[in-house]
Design a protein around this ligand. Structure first.
Ligand code: FAD
Ligand code: PYC
Length: 418
C-alpha cells in the first residue's frame, strides 16, 4: 500500500499552482473481502480509533470497519465536541486523561488537522451542593494527576466576561476549571483516523449494515451484512446507540438504554467567548465554534427512542436556562438543531469488554460523553481485542461489573442531565 502524500504547507502551495488536481482521496473505497482477521462494526470515532491502534500498536492490519451509513455520521458527527478529563473515579480519570493527552498531538500523529483547541473548560457551580461536589472532584483529580482547579467567581468573570455572575436564580459560586480541556473538530477526528486506517491497508466499507452475527462452537465466525456475508476471527461491536441491537444479534443482552441527546447552533457572531462553559444547575452548555456559531447543548430525552432529530421543547428548555447565565444570547437566532442516539448505562460509565460470545468484544455505553474519550477508548479497545484480555485502562469497565455490583458512578461528571 503506497503511503499517502503528506499534508503540509508545501503540498498546499504545490496544489494551488495545479488547481488542486493532485490530491489523493483521503481514504480508499475498496470492495469488501470475503474474510478479515478483525472486523469492527461502526465507523464512528471509537470504531475507527480501535482499528487505528490495532494497526499502530499491534501490527494487525487485515481489518475491515463496516458502517451502515457514512463514516462519522452517528454521534461522532453530532456532538458538541467538548474534551475534558475531570471525572471523579480513578478508572474514568485514567482513560479520559489518556484520551485528552493523545488529543494534544493527534493532528501531528495523523497528519490531519483535527483542530484541537485546548481553550479550557469550566463547569459552573451554581449551588452550594454543586460547589462541594466540584471541590471534591478537584481534590480527586489532584490525586489522579489530572490538572484541574476550583476557581472563584472573580476568575470565572475574568475568563468569561459574558456570564451573568449574580444570576437571577442561581449566582455563580465558582467553577471546576480544566485549562487543558477544550474542543476539536468532530468530523476531522473521524476523517483523520479513517485516512490513517486506509493508509495501513484497512478497508472502510460504508453503506454496509450488519444484519446478523454468525458463530460456531461458542465463537464468532462472521457476519451477515447488506452487502453479503463476511468471515472474521475477531469482532468488535462499536455502535453506540445501536449496541443493544448488535448484542441481540450476537446472543446477549446489555444493561443499556438508548435515548436521543440534542444540540443546536446559533447564527455566527463575532468572537465573544473563548472557553467552554457547562452550567449544569440551570442545565445547558455553550462554546463558540471557529465559524462564530454558539454551540449549545441541552439534556437527553426523558424516554428511550431512536430518533436523530431535535424537538421544540428542548430548544425552549435549554435556551431558557442558558439565558439566565448568558443574557446576551437572548437576541440570537438559532440556525439548526439535531439529535444523536446515545447509549447510557446505569452508572454512566462505558463498557469495554469481552462478551459471552467468544472472540466478540464490545465498546459502548459512552452515553453523552464519549467524544472526548475517542483516542483513549480506541487505545484500550485495541489492547483488549489484540490480547483477548483487558489492559489497565479497560480493566474496570467490563460487563461483569454490573453483575458484581462494582459500579463506576459518574452521573455527576457526565455533566448532562439524564
Ligand atoms: P457513533 O459515532 O454513533 O458511531 C457508531 C456507528 O455505528 C454509527 O456511525 C452507526 O451508523 C454505526 N452502526 C450502527 N448500527 C450499525 C449496523 N447494524 N451496521 C453497521 N454500522 C452500524 N461527548 C463528549 O465527549 N463531548 C461532548 O460535547 C458531547 N456532546 C454530545 C452532544 C450530542 C448532541 C450527542 C448526541 C452526543 C454528544 N457526546 C459528547 C457523546 C459522543 O458524541 C458519543 O459518546 C460518541 O460520539 C460515540 O462515538 P461512537 O464512535 O461510539 O458512536
Ligand atoms: O461530556 O462534556 C461532556 C458533554 C458536554 C456535552 C455533552 N457531553
Amino acid at each position: 500500500m503506497p503511503p499517502k502524500r503528506r499534508y503540509s504547507a508545501f503540498a498546499i502551495a504545490r496544489e494551488t499552482l495545479r488547481q488542486h488536481a493532485g490530491w489523493d482521496r483521503a481514504w480508499a473505497d475498496r470492495p469488501m473481502k470475503p474474510r478479515y482477521d478483525v472486523i469492527i462494526v461502526g465507523a464512528g470515532g471509537h470504531g475507527l480509533a480501535t482499528a487505528y491502534y490495532l494497526g499502530k500498536n499491534f501490527g494487525i492490519t487485515n481489518v475491515a470497519i463496516l458502517e451502515k451509513g457514512w463514516l462519522g455520521g452517528g454521534n461522532t458527527g453530532r456532538n458538541t465536541t467538548i474534551i475534558r478529563s475531570n471525572y471523579l473515579q480513578d478508572p474514568s480519570a485514567a482513560i479520559y486523561e489518556k484520551a485528552r493527552s493523545l488529543y494534544e498531538t493527534l493532528s501531528q500523529e495523523l497528519n490531519y488537522n483535527i483542530m484541537f483547541s485546548p481553550r479550557g473548560v469550566m463547569m459552573l457551580a451554581q449551588t452550594e451542593h454543586e460547589k462541594r461536589g466540584y471541590l471534591r472532584t478537584a481534590h480527586a483529580n489532584a490525586l489522579q494527576g489530572v490538572q484541574t482547579e476550583f476557581i472563584g467567581p472573580d476568575r470565572v468573570m475574568e475568563l468569561c466576561p459574558i456570564i451573568n455572575i449574580d444570576g437571577p436564580r442561581y449566582p455563580v459560586l465558582g467553577a471546576l476549571w480544566q485549562a487543558r480541556g477544550g474542543t476539536a473538530r468532530h468530523d476531522a477526528v473521524a476523517w483523520g483516523y479513517a485516512r490513517a486506517c486506509s493508509d495501513m491497508g484497512m478497508d472502510i466499507i460504508q453503506k454496509c449494515e450488519v444484519t446478523g452475527v454468525r458463530s460456531a462452537g461458542g465463537k464468532v465466525t462472521g457476519l451477515e451484512t447488506s452487502r453479503g456475508p463476511v468471515d472474521c476471527d475477531k469482532l468488535g461491536l462499536v455502535v453506540a446507540g445501536h449496541s443493544g441491537h448488535l448484542a441481540e444479534m450476537a446472543g446477549f443482552r446489555l444493561p443499556i438504554e438508548s435515548v436521543s441527546l440534542q444540540a443546536l447552533v446559533s447564527e455566527p457572531i463575532k468572537p465573544c467567548m473563548d472557553v467552554v462553559v457547562m452550567a449544569n444547575t440551570v442545565h445547558g452548555y455553550m462554546s463558540q465554534s471557529d465559524k462564530g456559531e454558539m454551540v449549545i447543548g441541552g439534556g437527553a430525552d426523558g424516554y428511550n427512542n431512536y430518533t436523530q432529530r431535535g424537538s421544540f421543547h428542548h430548544i425552549e428548555e435549554t435556551v431558557r436556562a442558558l439565558v439566565e447565565t448568558f443574557p446576551m444570547i437572548s437576541r440570537l437566532k438559532m440556525l439548526r438543531q439535531w439529535g444523536g442516539i446515545v447509549d447510557m448505562t446505569g452508572d454512566r460509565s462505558p463498557i469495554l469488554s469481552t462478551t459471552p460470545l467468544g472472540n466478540c468484544f464490545i465498546n459502548c455505553g459512552w452515553g453523552t460523553g464519549g467524544f472526548k474519550a475517542i483516542p483513549g477508548s480506541g487505545w484500550a479497545m485495541a489492547e483488549l481485542m489484540a490480547r483477548g484480555t483487558p489492559g489497565a485502562l479497560a480493566a474496570e469497565f467490563g460487563l461483569n461489573r454490573f453483575r458484581e455490583g462494582r459500579f463506576i458512578d459518574e452521573s455527576v461528571a457526565a455533566g448532562v442531565a439524564h
